[in-house]
Design a protein around this ligand. Structure first.
Ligand SMILES: *[C@@H]1O[C@H](CO)[C@@H](O)[C@H](O)[C@H]1NC(C)=O
Ligand SMILES: *[C@@H]1O[C@H](CO)[C@@H](O)[C@H](O)[C@H]1NC(C)=O
Ligand SMILES: *[C@@H]1O[C@H](CO)[C@@H](O)[C@H](O)[C@H]1NC(C)=O
Ligand SMILES: *[C@@H]1O[C@H](CO)[C@@H](O)[C@H](O)[C@H]1NC(C)=O
Length: 380
């Protein structure tokens, strides 16, 4: 069983890698896709169009204009990258179409919906309002996304919990992908009187409530991404003093913060695994995937680890928050695939592809992603 699932995944992934000329959902595979649909959550690392320029995170106001979207789609799609995101590669690997954003009410949602919103936080927005943290202009948090998800399920006849057969029917065939969430919570409070420890506690509490609600509803197949090594992002590098560096050359204090956050997330996931044994909850270790790439970037085809592909100011980072990618003074590199970072905070399609391969085929999911697939295939 394990062997055939493994080879199945390999086949799907091989198609992803070698048939890059068209949408993989149309690639003919002798097997039907393991999941009928994907529901995704998160922030700008996962958002496929819920946010547009005027409503997005401060500083990244040009997502609806070129050069965003220039690599694969060849036009802006409101993705915060030059091309596809991790969630797009996940959809390809599962032979499903790219997820439409929840806010597009005319899109076909039968194969999944993306609830992720750029700039959104794990902690509810009113916390930031109460503390005068005006960097947070995005009213949608993880709670909003959960409400949207509940609405989407209600419209399909699932109104309660997993005891209701309609909910079970839907969720038995759904992959729940929880992308990065929580990084903005820390970013918005930099330099404020709110401590990182407070943010961590509140963010974990919020995340825990979200996961509990998903599991009570009957979610069975869940992947939870941790935070990346956030100290390596040009935004963090320009804000921190030069003395605050770790062995990777990234901002030590910031990277330690996301590492600690991830440990807390993993402890919660472990607890839920015991409480909800019918579910498979996979932890996707973004931090170590990112770190592994940073310490051996050329092995993965990257020439620039820190410098943005698209930005202003040249220098080591080519990054200026007040003249970010898409602004009048910004320039774009010739070969984004050789850059880890796209615009100072968000990553290139090339980086998202490497990371998604590490999640889906590599050693960076715990338990491995093909274990989740094998559980799904075994359950019929
Ligand atoms: C919404 O989805 C439809 C169908 O896929 C598409 O034609 C349309 O362009 C989308 N609208 C926006 C604003 O992206
Ligand atoms: C937020 O700003 C208001 C008005 O300036 C002030 O009264 C209040 O004390 C501030 N709150 C915090 C938590 O700093
Ligand atoms: C779902 O279950 C939880 C606890 O098991 C309960 O608190 C909640 O009210 C239920 N929700 C619905 C809509 O039935
Ligand atoms: C970097 O990659 C090379 C080539 O695969 C490998 O030999 C080397 O051990 C790697 N170094 C580290 C630090 O992982």
């Amino acid at each position: 069983m394990m062997v055939s699932c493994r080879s199945f995944l390999w086949q799907v992934v091989a198609l992803t890698i070698f048939l890059v000329s068209g949408p993989l959902s149309s690639a003919s595979t002798p097997h039907s896709p393991p999941f009928r649909r994907i529901y995704a959550f998160g922030d700008s690392y996962t958002d496929t169009g819920n946010t547009q320029s005027a409503t997005g995170p401060t500083g990244f106001n040009y997502v609806s204009s070129p050069p965003y979207g220039s690599t694969f789609f060849h036009h802006p799609t409101n993705r915060y990258s030059d091309g596809r995101l991790v969630i797009d590669f996940v959809a390809e690997a599962l032979s499903l179409p790219y997820l439409p954003p929840y806010r597009n009410h005319t899109a076909d949602v039968s194969k999944g919906v993306n609830f992720a919103v750029a700039g959104s936080t794990a902690i509810p927005h009113d916390f930031f309002v109460r503390n005068n943290l005006t960097f947070d202009i995005t009213p949608e948090s993880l709670q909003t996304q959960l409400q949207w998800f509940n609405k989407a399920l209600e419209s399909q006849g699932c109104r309660g919990n997993l005891t209701k057969s309609k909910c079970r029917e839907i969720l038995d065939d759904s992959l729940i992908w929880v992308g990065e969430i929580g990084a903005n919570d820390y970013a918005y409070t930099v330099g404020s009187s709110v401590s990182a420890k407070t943010i961590q506690n509140l963010a974990i509490e919020s995340f825990t409530g979200f996961l509990q609600a998903m599991l009570e509803k009957g979610a069975k197949y869940i992947v939870v991404q941790g935070l990346p090594q956030t100290g390596c992002l040009p935004l963090a590098m320009v804000l921190a003093p030069d003395t605050d560096r770790d062995r990777t050359g990234c901002v030590g204090s910031v990277s330690r913060q996301s590492y600690a956050h991830n440990l807390a997330i993993q402890a919660k996931i472990q607890g839920f695994g015991i409480k909800f044994p019918h579910a498979v909850i996979v932890y996707a270790d973004y931090w170590n995937a990112y770190h592994t790439i940073m310490i051996n970037a050329s092995k993965y085809g990257f020439k620039e680890r820190f410098k943005t592909c698209c930005g202003s100011g040249e220098g080591a980072y080519n990054f200026n928050l007040f003249a970010a990618c898409g602004s009048a003074t910004s320039t774009t590199c010739q070969n984004p695939a050789q850059y880890v970072n796209w615009d100072g905070v968000h990553l290139t399609e090339g980086m998202y592809k490497v990371v998604s391969d590490m999640f889906l085929r590599g050693k960076f999911c715990h338990p491995p992603f093909d274990y989740l697939l094998s559980r799904k295939l075994r359950s019929g």
